[in-house]
Write a protein that binds this ligand. Structure first.
Ligand SMILES: C[S@@+](CC[C@H](N)C(=O)[O-])C[C@H]1O[C@@H](n2cnc3c(N)ncnc32)[C@H](O)[C@@H]1O
Length: 474
């Protein structure tokens, strides 16, 4: 039933519930369709594994859904992994650029470790490795320099009490329907650079209200954090910035429209979708498994020795994603960043925050093929050449640190793509493989995963098509 206030402020919970039901229906329908397709494959190596040939005449092994732990893999093999699990349980809680599809770390963890083992992800991002380690009963540590990543990951691996969660949700829905702009005062609205350009006035009031009612919930901090992440997940879509770009930018050409009550409606929709997923995760979450996201260490300063059985990661791509700028608005609203992003940017592997005296001269990494490309880039753009060199140098330090942190015979699985820098092909995976050999890793296996979909646009010339998976052994 509509109250006077919901007529004044046009939110219909029934309409949003119907929309969520339609979305859930579509999702289920889609996976049924895909499952039917799978049964068409007859000449399979394993149930869901099939050889195909792509448009360039290359042989590719297509795998639908879960990857069999004993899958035969030869050096140079190319795989097309079709994921059905992108957003199951807590995996889909928030967008995150270049994240793993869950089947990949699940497979690697099962293939290369045992229950009770210790797993490390030194570039943990949105915590996909940690969720999968937890669900397969392995302890794990996730390292990331970005406070937003650590916050999101912590929420995604923290099971919640079902009753408490549902009653908090019910209370929030009631307060959302009672929203009035006059319930928000100046002190509820965070102050950050260009706030009034990024958001319309009405949306700032709505977001401030949502933040205030979450903070005021009479419930555990873990439940509040879960709702804060739901809140964060709508911020980009109700801002004036482009929804589909890794950088947070306003594109006048897009003529993006944000309407009155959008923040309230989208938050309502997100919690109606996410609470059941969190409940399902909590029901499936094993007890007695530890997951931690230390905030004092860095992928280049890991501080553990002979500790981990396995490390699985996807480091940033050279020159591709500016993570602090991706989550800039979310971090401001969550109170994780105040003011300039530069100090955080400088900590990132792949940072573009470099000063002119650093790139006056050509820098070499000591891998012949890489140095030839660094020279070519230097001739066109010394700054880009230094950024690319610095990326490899940081990755070299990371390899040394992970080598130290692993137990004897432990493995480091690195998933990394190629990209183009100033039109030069920059084959990060090859250079990283050479650097790994130099510091004492043995290359056990390397193979490719073709990427068929990006959720976020990157400039065409920098588009990443193939990820390479390196299995390195201490
Ligand atoms: C490709 S993402 C990882 C995505 C992750 N596999 C997932 O599924 O969400 C790379 C991550 O490396 C992090 N990163 C960059 N520099 C770092 C550093 N020096 N130490 C630790 N993490 C870093 C970024 O913040 C980003 O979250």
């Amino acid at each position: 039933m509509q109250t006077a206030q919901s007529i004044y402020y046009p939110i219909s919970l029934d309409e949003i519930r119907a929309k969520v039901a339609r979305k859930n229906g579509r999702r289920n329908g889609l996976s049924n369709g895909k499952l039917q397709q799978m049964s068409l494959f007859n000449n399979q190596l394993l149930d869901n594994v099939k050889e195909i040939v792509n448009e360039f005449g290359e042989k590719i092994i297509r795998i639908d859904g879960d990857i069999p732990p004993n899958l035969p893999v030869k050096d140079g093999d190319r795989f097309l992994f079709i994921s059905y699990n992108q957003s199951i349980l807590t995996h889909g809680l928030h967008k995150y650029p270049a994240k793993f599809f869950p089947e990949l770390p699940r497979w690697l963890i099962k293939r290369y470790s045992e229950e009770g083992n210790l797993i490390l992800d030194p570039f943990t991002g949105s915590g996909t490795t940690n969720i999968e380690a937890l669900l397969t009963r392995r302890h794990s540590v996730g390292i990331d320099v970005d406070p937003f990543s650590r916050y999101l990951s912590k929420v995604k691996v923290t099971p919640l009490d079902e009753e408490e969660l549902q009653s908090a949700q019910k209370y929030l829905l009631k307060l959302i329907l009672n929203y009035k702009p006059s319930k928000v005062s100046e002190k509820d609205m965070p102050v950050f650079p260009y706030r009034d350009n990024w958001f319309n006035k009405e949306i700032i009031l709505e977001l401030a209200y949502l933040k205030k009612i979450i903070n005021a919930l009479d419930t555990s901090e873990d439940i509040k954090d879960f709702f804060r992440i739901c809140f964060s997940s709508i911020i980009r879509s109700v801002s004036n910035a482009d929804d589909n770009c890794t950088r947070t930018v306003i594109r006048k050409k897009l003529n993006k429209k944000v309407f009155l009550a959008d923040a309230l409606k989208k938050f309502t929709e997100v919690i109606l979708i996410s609470v059941p997923k969190m409940i399902e995760f909590s029901q499936n979450c094993p007890l007695g498994i530890s997951v931690s996201f230390p905030d004092t260490i860095d992928a280049r300063n890991i501080n553990y020795q002979g500790y981990f059985d396995l490390a699985v990661t996807s480091p940033p791509y050279a020159n591709a994603v500016d993570y602090p700028r991706t989550h800039q608005l979310e971090s401001y609203w969550l109170g994780l960043t105040i003011g300039s992003l530069t100090p955080l940017k400088k900590k990132h592997v792949g940072t573009e925050s470099v000063s002119s005296n650093e790139y006056k001269n050509l820098h070499k990494i000591g891998v012949k093929e890489a140095d030839m490309v660094l020279l070519k880039i230097f001739q066109k753009d010394p700054r880009r050449s230094y950024i690319a060199f610095k990326y490899l140098d940081d990755m070299k330090i990371n390899l040394l640190e992970v080598h130290k942190a692993l137990k004897k015979e432990g493995r480091y699985v690195v998933v990394v793509g190629n990209n183009k820098i100033r039109s030069e092909l920059f084959e990060s995976w090859k250079y990283i493989m050479e650097l790994a050999k130099d510091i004492g890793f043995k290359v056990e296996n390397y193979f490719a995963s073709e990427i068929i979909k990006h959720f976020i646009k990157v400039p065409r010339e920098e588009r990443i098509n193939t990820d390479w998976i390196l299995v390195l052994r201490k």
